[in-house]
Unconditional design. Sequence first.
Length: 213
Amino acid sequence: MKSITIEGQLRTESGKKATRQLRSQKQVPGVIYGGAKEINFSAPASDFKSLVYTSEFNLAEVKVDGNTYRCILKDLQFGKVSDELIHIDLLELVEDKKVIATLPLKFIGTPAGVKAGGKLVTKMKSLKVKTYPKYLRENIELDLSTLELNGNVRVEDVKADNMEILNSPRIPIASVTMTRQLKQEEATAPKAAAAKAAAPAKAAAAAPAAAKK
């Protein structure tokens, strides 16, 4: 799993004045919790880009005061006007303590329903799980190859070893719906079949009439 290195420094002062000063220096204040003690730190805004502005699940290795803390992202705050990152919360990973994390879904395989002319519709991009740090991974793979036309894959269908999935089990993740073209083809198919079936009868009825003439 990819790790992002963040070079931080301890924060010795708190309050609005101190945080404004940090932000004026392009520093982002943050906190690390979940371990033996809470760590208040700051780091350059640029260090957080690969952690914050991505759909991937990455670990953060935060170096502060000679120590390295292995963390995952928990919460973010952005400025209402500037929309810049103004605060970050990180959870320290402790091997014997379970954590809650949001892992991206990775869809693999072409659904059978798509091969039949349908359209894949995805409704969820990630799942919330509870597990030990050693079982965390970049994503959860979900094979859609057996998904039929008008079928659904739900949370309860996902198999994730050593993880407890916290989302409601009946929520749909992906489905294959009929395209407009396929609906039109299905609508015209019975009419075409009926016309084809009626053709021999019409021909038979027309034959005696032709003979009388």
